[in-house]
Design a binder for this molecule. Structure first.
Ligand SMILES: [Zn+2]
Length: 522
């Protein structure tokens, strides 16, 4: 047909009510056009191509106007239609339609999912305001009252969403406590555990205390670790509430009060989190998003973190007798033998073991905290004692157990007249191994990314991440970590986040949680 045409905008809402094509094909348009303007319009294009739209005849400008995505009023289609010749428009419409039909069925946001995304955007200012309040309340791990106050602030967010909130007192472990919130759904979908934490590494004595904002960048103690993540979690739940998808979901939220410095014994300090992991089918953890060079990454694994103490003993005597039948090698040579064997023999992918502190002599001692080694001695006396402390980080429980056994085997090959023992701390973090279940969760998140028009997230190198609370549930539930804010300098003065990552992450989470909550339990 020759003449140009224009769609009557006033009829579109009614058409949408019957045909949700705009929802189905929006993300594709966003990708094709590289702009958001066209998202709303592809459904209209389809309607037109199918002859359902009300095409009226008009005359327009040059088709090159199509390429502009000006923020002017009116739908992109109207502008396009005004701009193009009819036959060219027809061809373009068919092009879009054919591409849209070639899309996989999952590549679409439902009406509810669009409502969740809109709710997140609508509340963007509220998220920042909440983050500012959380950050400005000091909650260094040992500031027990401050941690409890942050817990109260989170309670005030979750109770209106229908969560039953409990405070688990942790005085017995020397810490403030944990917040555990439960929301019963229909009992049929996968049970979802959301993990954050209330504390930060910045105690009241730190000079770094206040939230500050400079454009898209916010700085403050714990702004990313983990208060930004806590806000993402809350924003996602609020969006689900707004869209009506929270009602049927079975969700538990656990925010520990001592993530940065767990209380002792660890079995008591993590008892409630581990129990929550046993209840859950899926665990999502809101520590910082892994983000490098403009790309977001998925965290399907975290390595273990265990401290060890190595103590060696030798016979003390005149140095002229060293290496001899009577005195042997002394404690320092035995220590050197063991550590050098660790360095030469243990290395393998995804494994590290550091020696952090060492001392040896006659005598050598270490304080109760295990931080200070004191040693004295004379050059002409063989060393009686040597002490070293270090850590071990492994990717899987199998690797962790195997390497520990090899370390013990190396320790056991004593030099003459020496002894040694290697002790692993009981308060370590287990590994969150990169299981098939964790990877399946990242695949689900990448489905959400596709539908949101966001780039696929690759797996992040676990060697670059530290241990976290998700490690305590990973043995019992499929786990995805790092769902919080994007930023940097965690644990240092100047810690910051990019504020726009809050909304991006909240949308991802709201949609992911909703989809998972509708899958039958395994
Ligand atoms: Zn953290």
């Amino acid at each position: 047909m020759g003449p140009d045409f224009r769609l009557d905008d006033r009829r579109l809402p009614a058409l949408r009510g019957h045909l949700t094509l705009d929802i189905a094909f929006g993300p594709l348009a966003a990708r094709l056009a590289g702009g958001i303007d066209l998202v709303e319009s592809v459904g209209e294009l389809l309607l037109l191509a199918l002859g359902l739209g009300d095409a009226r005849i008009a005359h327009g400008e040059s088709p090159s106007a199509m390429k502009r995505t000006s923020p002017a009023r009116g739908s992109a289609l109207t502008r396009c239609a005004r701009a193009g010749r009819g036959s060219r428009m027809r061809a373009l419409l068919l092009f879009f339609v054919l591409l849209a039909l070639a899309m996989p069925a999952e590549a679409r946001l439902s009406r509810e999912e669009r409502a969740m995304a809109a709710a997140v955007d609508r509340e963007a200012g509220r998220h920042v305001e909440l983050l500012e309040r959380l950050v400005n309340q000091n909650s260094g791990t040992l500031n027990l009252a401050g941690v409890a106050r942050v817990g109260e602030m989170v309670r005030a967010e979750l109770e209106p969403l229908g969560f039953a909130v409990r405070w688990i007192d942790m005085a017995a472990t020397g810490r403030a406590g944990h917040l555990v919130a439960t929301r019963r759904g229909n009992g049929r979908g996968r049970r979802i555990l959301l993990i954050g934490h209330l504390d930060t590494v910045f105690e009241p004595a730190s000079p770094f205390q206040a939230f500050a904002r400079d454009g898209n960048r916010a700085t403050g103690p714990g702004v990313g670790d983990c208060k930004g993540g806590d806000v993402v979690l809350i924003a996602a739940l609020r969006a689900m509430q707004a869209a009506g998808t929270l009602r049927d979901a079975d969700i538990m939220v656990v925010m520990t009060g001592d993530e940065e410095r767990p209380g002792a014994p660890i079995a008591a300090a993590r008892r409630d989190l581990i129990e929550a992991g046993r209840w859950a089918d899926v665990a999502l953890e809101y520590e910082n998003l892994a983000h490098e060079e403009g790309r977001d990454f998925g965290t399907v694994a975290r390595r273990s973190s265990t401290s060890w103490t190595l103590t060696t003993h030798g016979r003390s005597g005149h140095s002229s007798g060293v290496f001899g039948e009577e005195l042997g090698y002394g404690a320092v040579y035995e220590m050197a033998r063991i550590l050098d064997a660790f360095r030469r023999e243990l290395a393998e992918p995804n494994l590290t073991y550091n020696v952090g502190v060492i001392g040896g002599g006659t005598p050598a001692t270490i304080d109760a905290e295990g931080l200070n080694v004191a040693a004295s001695g004379k050059t002409n006396i063989t060393a009686e004692t040597a002490i070293a402390r270090g850590d071990l980080r492994a990717l899987t429980p199998e690797q962790d157990a195997r390497v520990r056994a090899r370390m013990q085997a190396i320790v056991a090959q004593h030099l003459a007249r020496t002894e040694a023992e290697l002790a692993f701390s009981e308060d370590g973090y287990p590994p969150m191994a990169p299981t098939a279940g964790n990877r399946a969760l990242l695949a689900r998140l990448n489905g959400v990314n596709r539908d949101l028009g966001l780039a696929e997230m690759a797996e992040y190198d676990p060697a670059k991440r530290g241990a976290a609370d998700s490690s305590f549930v990973a043995a019992d539930a499929d786990t995805l970590a790092g769902l919080g804010a994007a930023g940097g300098d965690a644990h240092a003065a100047g810690e910051w986040i990019a504020l726009d990552s809050l909304a991006r992450q909240a949308k991802r989470s709201a949609i992911l949680i909703t989809r998972l909550s509708r899958e039958p339990r395994p």
